[in-house]
Design a protein around this ligand. Sequence first.
Ligand SMILES: [Zn+2]
Length: 401
Amino acid sequence: MTESHDDHLEQDEVSQAGESGFSPSAEMTPGQLAEAKELGRRELRVSLLGRGVDLVYFVIAAVWIAASNSPFAEWLTQISTSQTIQLVLLALMLLVGDFLVSLPLSFYGGHLLQHQYQLSAQSFGQWLWRKIKGLVLELCFGLVLVLALYWTIWTAHGWWWLVAAAGFFLLSIVLGQLAPVLILPIFYKVERMDGTDPQGKELSQRFSELTSGTGLSVEGIFKMQLSAETSKANAMLTGLGRTRRVILGDTLLGQFSLDEISVIFAHEVGHHVHRHIRKMILFGGVYSLLAFFLCDAVLRAWLPGESVNYAELPVCLLPLLLLTIHLFSTLLEPLQNGLSRHFERQADRFALESTNDREAYLSAFSKLAVQNKDDPDPHRLEVVLFHSHPPIAERLAMARS
Ligand SMILES: [Zn+2]
């Protein structure tokens, strides 16, 4: 469930990938390259292990709680006869449980490993506080979604999956608008860049040239404080309508030349011009329709008898629904990543054409790889399965061809 929230924030990170076709070593020293490759391997291992832990957790929860003779159902009815209260309790336990079983790996990958490779400036307390804020947000969203899901099943019966998908689609549009103004500020300090500081002045001049005719306003350029916790450079396009904005990390603004910043900004404008956020939301709509339809098929297969009594669907089937959604999104992740990489390539091409500055493009992406310690050229299978951005080697080769 966490994954789908993130997806629907529709943020773009320009920087998640590796580097160079002018042989990586031309930009990265052999030592840096080896370090980036080693970090990449470790992060892959952590991520694979994390997926395994999640899967085992949801399978156990589904088998143990959703089984017809589960003692858990009995225990829930003893606590309250209200289905809604049972549902809230069960959802809270499942979400907090998932948080706790994934905490050790999250601590290793998100904190220890980042420090080991000098990428993080966060103290343990800051890291933990961020995790707690994330958990609270997840619990709020999770509870609303679970209650809405069951309420839909109880009232819309056989057509619940269609109603739920429509509701989810509308919610993702609302979230798309609210994410940059409500959710992002919970985690990061984000402020509008004004023309008062010299860099802001010069940048806004260049930015207005790049955005002219695209419908994106330069008023929507924001700076995000990342340097307090990471040395990684980052940028994103986020929001819908009036909340549409480009956000540049202070780690990027501080380390990159004006030309390089302009290329990265132009990449974000490319996402805007190609309407990628809108397309991702549309894709998410189709995706949720398929996921809920699959859930319905699983319910019909799981429950004995001719037809499912939707009006009295037991609360204890929740882990089975969550497992189905989890499996579905895991299986579809490569497809989603493929689409994302396609969008990234379009944005890269836009950046190159609109700035017409190949030198700055090459140096910006080489610099990103070095600063973020990104493996420039990871294994093809890893890219296909797990990467939302093309490897930097590929992004640089594109500019040179
Ligand atoms: Zn991008």
